[in-house]
Design a protein around this ligand. Structure first.
Ligand SMILES: [Zn+2]
Length: 145
């Protein structure tokens, strides 16, 4: 008996665009984030690193994830990295228990900027954004030094 199969409608393209997006795995933001990449940044396809806390692992220099990141940057000749953090992030709430949300946002902003600096130091373009909910819609705001 043949195992069950699924055939995707997405066309196979054997190429890399040089874009990588790093964001949190929080499902509440995932669809909006993919839409933001496509509709606002014009990035139809990109590599993804989707982990709890998103780009937080970069300033923390978490070895295992940094190794994966460096591998991707090299192997897929990444030229631009999009870093996205989001409001009400469980990772930050867990890491900094009891801190007010405004303090967490400031911490996330610092981490985004630190991550951006670290990526840029590798000779790669980086942009950072913070996602939050406004009137039931997800809004992305660029974070600059
Ligand atoms: Zn999160």
């Amino acid at each position: 008996m043949q195992p069950e199969r699924f055939r995707s409608w997405a066309l196979w393209k054997d190429e890399f665009t040089g874009n990588l997006a790093i964001f949190c795995s929080d499902e509440r933001f995932v669809n909006a984030t993919l839409e933001f990449l496509r509709r606002h940044l014009g990035i139809d396809r990109c590599d993804l690193m989707v982990v709890a806390g998103g780009p937080a692992f970069i300033p923390k220099n978490e070895t295992a994830l940094m190794e994966r990141l460096d591998l991707l940057l090299k192997a897929h000749e990444v030229k631009q990295v999009i870093l996205i953090a989001h409001d009400d992030c469980g990772y930050y709430k867990h890491l900094h228990k009891g801190l007010p949300s405004q303090t967490l946002k400031e911490k996330q902003r610092e981490d985004l900027l630190a991550a951006m600096t670290k990526v840029q130091a590798k000779g790669i373009q980086a942009k950072a954004f913070f996602a939050f909910v406004d009137s039931g819609e997800v809004v992305f705001e660029e974070v600059k030094p």
